[in-house]
Write a protein that binds this ligand. Structure first.
Ligand code: GAP
Length: 448
């Protein structure tokens, strides 16, 4: 069990400039979050690492960046207009609305695989009330897509949606990528970007947000070879999770049983993580068969067939989809890195982030900020380090050295570099390590 408290993570994120409530100054907008300077950098480090491993370093995966607003036919063909729904019930007295499956979960009943009628029956049978103790209405479906209109006139034809997943922007570009690059099967297309879902009950910090980011791959395969692609992508996913610094004992594979899978999926493995809020889904890998490309072919009337090079063999490829939520990865990284210990009788909080993810890699300080010769030398060291580590070196001369260390520990900075009088004599600096708090003297040129 992850013993870290969610309140501690939320409070650190706000205090130190990782994540703020969206529209905070106006009382907030539920389910939205703003990333502060350190949150942006941490998120970027996670996303860049994923892109490097899954796109840059592989010759079988192509990157795209599709538009967020798409033709409404995309969401009709994909089934989102009809079926991207959650069951919603209402407190009959104060009219607050809840997700029926969440109400059941909070009452110790797992609603996975239940129909809406079965959920309502369970509520009636157990006499479950709303969190305010009032009777609940029967459930109805609620579509989670944010609807908007494109252009100056509002009509049925102008309807568009903020995309609820990045995946469809990949599927709709399948033919474009094949025509431009004519890759051999298997090959994948990857995308990172925003997704929007009008969640009935956004909760647990960024875990369930209304606006979030995804990192998704659609990996196209010959149907007879789906299993090996699935296994390879699962192994690559585990390697990536290890690079995020997540403890293996907090990571669990859930082989989703047929009754809980989407009807078109022949296999789905959810990767779950022990968050401070409990064991929850971090990401999923699904074998989606040819469901998506066949839908596009049917609705667009354009062939989605792939022709095997040098042959007349044609077929619509099948798909393996590893789908990551960035916020869930970020929450796993932050909660896994949160530590408390005691230094000289005082409680210390620090984030033991892997060095390649820490938003700030080096903090640079002059020992005394009222000594111009120290400040000048420190600025010189700062400039050298900043050149070698763009965006990841912080100038920190606020408060005394002890306070600086505590602040840097809290944001997970692995190395604090202090320029003192000895630096002026022998060009060495003190480097203080976050995890051990040990200090050593290092030549500036070695450090750079
Ligand atoms: N294309 C498949 C797809 O979107 P999903 O299970 O609905 O599948 C994939 O979403 C991932 O996106 C989830 O595993 C989770 O990490 C993330 N995710 C989904 N809804 C989210 C939300 N409301 N807030 C934050 N992350 C979310």
């Amino acid at each position: 069990m992850n013993q870290v408290k969610m309140e501690d993570i939320i409070s650190l994120c706000k205090r130190r400039g990782f994540i703020y409530q969206g529209s905070d100054v106006y009382g907030g907008l539920s389910g939205t979050w703003d990333y502060g300077p350190l949150g942006v950098q941490l998120k970027r480090n996670i996303m860049q690492l994923w892109w490097r491993r899954f796109v840059d370093e592989r010759d079988d995966i192509y990157g795209v960046d599709a538009a967020i607003l798409m033709n409404q036919k995309v969401w009709k063909a994909s089934g989102h207009v009809d079926t991207f729904v959650d069951p919603l019930c209402e407190d009959m007295v104060n009219h607050r609305r809840y997700r029926t499956d969440h109400i059941l979960k909070d009452n110790g009943i797992d609603a996975d695989g239940m129909t809406m009628a079965e959920m309502d029956a369970a509520i009636a049978e157990k006499g479950i009330k709303s969190p305010d103790g009032n009777p609940l209405s029967k459930s109805r479906t609620f579509n989670m897509m944010f609807k908007t209109h494109v252009g100056a006139t509002e009509s049925d034809d102008s309807i568009s949606y903020l995309r609820p997943e990045t995946a469809q922007g990949i599927f709709t570009n399948f033919k474009n990528v094949v025509d431009s690059f004519y890759p051999n099967l298997p090959f994948g297309i990857a995308q990172q970007g925003k997704a929007f879902r009008n969640e009935i009950a956004p909760r647990d910090f960024v875990f369930r947000s209304r606006e979030f980011e995804q990192m998704e791959i659609e990996y196209f395969v010959d149907p007879s070879k789906w299993q090996e692609a699935f296994d390879e992508l699962l192994a690559a996913t585990h390697a990536f999770l290890e690079e995020l610094g997540l403890k293996p004992e907090y990571i669990h594979e859930l082989d989703v049983p047929p009754e809980d899978r989407a009807h078109y999926s022949k296999k789905t493995i959810d990767i779950e993580y022990d968050y401070p809020i409990g064991r929850e889904e971090l990401m999923g890998i699904a074998y989606r068969t040819d469901f998506d490309l066949m839908n596009i072919q049917r609705v667009s009337n354009k062939s989605m067939e792939y022709t095997v090079k040098g042959t007349n063999t044609k077929f619509v490829p099948h798909v393996i989809e590893p789908s990551f939520g960035v916020e869930r990865a970020l929450m796993a990284v932050l909660s896994g890195a949160y530590r408390e210990d005691e230094q000289n009788g005082e409680k210390r909080v620090y984030l033991a982030l892997p060095e390649h993810l820490a938003p700030v890699r080096f903090a640079v300080s002059p020992l005394l900020k009222n000594k111009p010769e120290l400040v000048e030398k420190a600025r010189e060291v700062y400039a050298q380090l900043a050149k070698a580590n763009p965006g990841r070196v912080m100038w920190d001369d606020n408060g005394n050295i002890g306070k600086r260390y505590r602040r840097q520990d809290e944001i997970g900075t692995p190395h604090c570099v202090v320029i003192d009088f000895q630096t002026l004599e022998d060009d060495t600096v003190t480097v203080r390590e976050r995890d051990t708090t040990e200090q050593r003297r290092v030549k500036v040129e070695e450090l750079v």
